[in-house]
Ligand binder design. Sequence first.
Ligand SMILES: *[C@@H]1O[C@H](CO)[C@@H](O)[C@H](O)[C@H]1NC(C)=O
Ligand SMILES: *[C@@H]1O[C@H](CO)[C@@H](O)[C@H](O)[C@H]1NC(C)=O
Ligand SMILES: *[C@@H]1O[C@H](CO)[C@@H](O)[C@H](O)[C@H]1NC(C)=O
Length: 425
Amino acid sequence: MIYLKFIVLLIAFLSSSHGSRVLELSDKFSEVRREGGHWLVMFYAPWCGHCKRLEPIWAHVAQSLFKTNIRVGRVDCTRFSSLAVEFAVNGFPTIKFIKGEEEHTFLGDRTKQDIVNFALRMSGPPVQELTRADSLTTIKGQNHLFFMYVGTQEGPLWDAYYSVATKFQPHGFFYSANTDIAKQHVDLDELPAVFVYKESLHYFYPVESGSLSQDAEHLNTSMYNWINEERFETFPKVTRGNINELMQTKKYIVLVVVEENKLQEVPSEMIEFRDMVESVIRKKRDKYHKNFQFGWTGTPELANSIAMTILPLPYLLVLNSTSHHHHIPEDDPGHLTPEALDLFLERICNQTAATYGGNSLAVKLYRTYFEARTALADMYRGNPVLTIVLFGLPLGFLSLILYSICCSDILDADEEEEPPHEKKE
Ligand SMILES: *[C@@H]1O[C@H](CO)[C@@H](O)[C@H](O)[C@H]1NC(C)=O
Ligand SMILES: *[C@@H]1O[C@H](CO)[C@@H](O)[C@H](O)[C@H]1NC(C)=O
Ligand SMILES: *[C@@H]1O[C@H](CO)[C@@H](O)[C@H](O)[C@H]1NC(C)=O
C-alpha cells in the first residue's frame, strides 16, 4: 500500500527528463523523502560548469542503479532554493545519499563507478553478511579493496569492527562471513579475524594477544587506525577528490607527478619513472607501509599548488599530512634511482631532509596567490582578449584604489621576489 502511494506521489510531481532515468525533483521532495526509500540526489545549478560535466555521468549512474531500490534524482537549486537550504548545500554540484532523515554527502571523485559504489554501500547495512560460498569470489571480482570479518558476530572484535565500519561506510566495503566460507580463500590461524583484501592479497588485522579482553575503547581506536591506514590501495591514483582522504592516514604521502592527456594516457618516459617508484613500495612494503602512503597523480596542477611552483615532469614530492610541509629530492627527480629514493625516504623519516612549505599564514597566502596567478595564466592562454577585458581593466582600477588606501610598506613587501621554496628549519 505504502509503496503504491509512493508510486502515485512520484508520478504526481516528478517528471523524467527526456528518456533519462534521472528524476527531476521539486520542493515536494522534502515530503517525499519522509515516505522512506533510498535516494541519490545531485543538487545543481544550471550555470555551473562542473554540473554540466557531471550530467552525462549522472545519466549513467541512474542507468546503473535502475534495477536497485535506489532512486536517482536531481534538484535545480536555483528553482528550489528551499531544498538547497534544507540539505545545507554549499557548493555545486553536491551529491547526497538520502535515507529518511539520514543524509550522507559524496566526497570522492565524480566518476560513475565511484558514485555507484558509494550509493550501493550507503543503501545496505554497514557490514554486509555473506551467506553463500561463491559470494566471496563474486566480490573479489567486483571490488579491488574490501574489509572482511571472519567468525561469529559477537564479542569485542566484532563490536569494534562493526562500529568502525559504520564510520567508514561512505568510503569502503565491509563484509562478514563464517569460517567455512572464508577458509576456501585464505588460511586462518585464529578466530575471530579481520582482514583487508587488496591487489589479490589478504592482510590481517594484528590481534595482539590479550587485546580482546582489554577495554573496548582501546580496541576501537586500534581497529579505527588500522582500517584508516589500510583503506587505500598500495599505489592509488591521487586526485583532488581523494587527496584529503589520503591525508587522513596521517602518513607521509609520496606523490609521483606525471601528466595525463585527455585520453588518460601518460607518456612512456613518465610511466617508467612511475613504475620505478611503485616498485620501491611493492618490494619494501614492510619497511615503508607504516609511515608512507605512495600514490601518483596525472594532474600536475595538484602538485604545483602544493609545491607552489610549476614543477618539471615527471616529479616526486613527499607531503607531510599532519604539518602540510613537503619534501623534494635534491637531485633531478627524473633521474632518481630506487637506491637514491630509499635514502631520501630514510632522511625524511629521521627528519634530516630539507622541509618546504607548510600551513602558516604566509604560505597559505602565497599558495592562494600562486593558484590565482596560474588560473589567470591558463585563462589567458585560452582567451587572451577576454581575460584582459575581464581582469585587466578592473584590476588596474583596483590597484590604483588600493594604492591610494594602503600604506606603501605593504606594497613594498613584494611577494614575487621571494623564492618559491622558503627553506624552513
Ligand atoms: C566501541 O565500540 C562499541 C561497539 O560498537 C561502541 O558501542 C562504543 O561506543 C565504541 N567505543 C568508543 C569509545 O568508540
Ligand atoms: C610531519 O611533521 C611533524 C612536525 O614536523 C612531525 O612531528 C611528524 O613526524 C611528520 N610526519 C608525519 C607523517 O606526520
Ligand atoms: C638519516 O638517514 C640518512 C640516510 O639513511 C643517514 O645517512 C643519516 O646519517 C641519518 N641521520 C641521522 C641523524 O640519523
